[in-house]
Design a protein around this ligand. Structure first.
Ligand SMILES: NC(=O)c1ccc[n+]([C@@H]2O[C@H](COP(=O)([O-])OP(=O)(O)OC[C@H]3O[C@@H](n4cnc5c(N)ncnc54)[C@H](OP(=O)(O)O)[C@@H]3O)[C@@H](O)[C@H]2O)c1
Length: 278
């Protein structure tokens, strides 16, 4: 007897994979989606108990096919966890319209569509839990991450609206706000096409990329986040915010809220420009 059915979106690597595995270990029926999964899942789940289906969250037909397949595996959706994201690094000036569009489609619009897909099921059930991956970047801005930061700020605002709207139907919402974690997105890091030796931001950009790379390499373990997330979903009343970050990144969020913008920008520029600690 499974604890419930959870859809984990963007579960082929990094934090999504760790989250899917943590749910499977905890006794959930896990249905996961990502572009790198095969077109149709095998009849039997993989060794770890996770059912995988191909899904491109930016494609309406792919989203519909995924939902149909998932609902055949189980007509219930007790939890939805949306992890899918891309990060395009680049200066605001050099990041193109298409690059902003790609990030918003993956990190935000795909998410809104999947939430709309599961809500009728959850309303019928009279309960459900929706977990949306934001980031520390959803709480403050970081130089050369504008597309990603904007998408995660959009997730933050959306989640607050959603939580208030769906509460009467027994549906709860959680925002996961990770700091830097190891693995995952470093493998697929995208750089704005406008970045390069001709960019007026090149020197600062390269220094910031070095700081970002160093922080990710020294980041927390995805498995720990997976366990914390599952623990939160298992609570009767989920916490709305789940920050999983090192103390310096938590401090950066507090300072962002209490310091003047000028002082806050200086601290963050120094950090990403000179490679010191925030
Ligand atoms: N790692 C960190 O330090 C960190 C920090 C803060 C927040 N986060 C957040 O945590 C989540 C996971 O990040 P991660 O670093 O673990 O990234 P990751 O390893 O790059 O994983 C991203 C996942 O999204 C999927 N994905 C990307 N585009 C997709 C699309 N169009 N359709 C379906 N799936 C798609 C990828 O699968 P395919 O490529 O197979 O499609 C992959 O499974 C993200 O929301 C990220 O913003 C991560």
């Amino acid at each position: 007897m499974k604890k419930g059915t959870v859809w984990v979106i963007g579960a082929s690597s990094g934090l999504g994979l760790a989250t899917a595995q943590a749910f499977a270990r905890d006794g959930w029926l896990v249905v996961s989606g990502a572009r790198s999964f095969g077109e149709s899942a095998a009849d039997d789940p993989a060794e770890d108990g996770i059912r995988t289906f191909r899904l491109d969250v930016t494609d309406v037909q792919s989203r519909e096919a995924f939902a149909q397949s998932a609902l055949v595996v189980s007509p219930r959706v007790d939890a939805l966890v949306y992890c899918a994201a891309v990060l395009v690094l680049g200066a605001c000036e050099t990041t193109s319209y298409a690059e902003y569009e790609r990030v918003m489609q993956t990190n935000f619009l795909g998410m809104t569509s999947l939430v709309s897909t599961v809500l009728p099921v959850m309303r019928r059930q009279g309960k459900g839990k929706i977990v949306l991956f934001s980031s520390i970047n959803g709480l403050l801005g970081i130089p050369f991450q504008s597309a990603y930061t904007a998408s995660k700020h959009a997730v933050e605002g959306y989640a607050e609206c959603l939580a208030m709207e769906v509460k009467p139907f027994g549906v709860q919402v959680c925002l996961v706000e990770p700091g830097d974690h190891r693995g995952g997105s470093q493998r697929t890091r995208l750089h704005a096409q406008g970045e390069g030796s001709a960019s007026p931001y090149e020197a600062a950009y390269q220094t910031a990329c070095g700081a970002i790379h160093r922080d990710e390499s020294n980041g927390l373990l995805p498995e720990t986040l997976g366990r914390k997330l599952v623990r939160n979903v298992n609570r009767k009343r989920m916490r709305f915010r789940l920050v999983v970050a090192k103390p310096d990144q938590r401090l950066a969020v507090v300072l962002h809220d209490v310091l003047s913008p000028a002082l806050n920008f200086k601290i963050l520029r120094d950090y990403y420009g000179k490679g010191g600690r925030a």
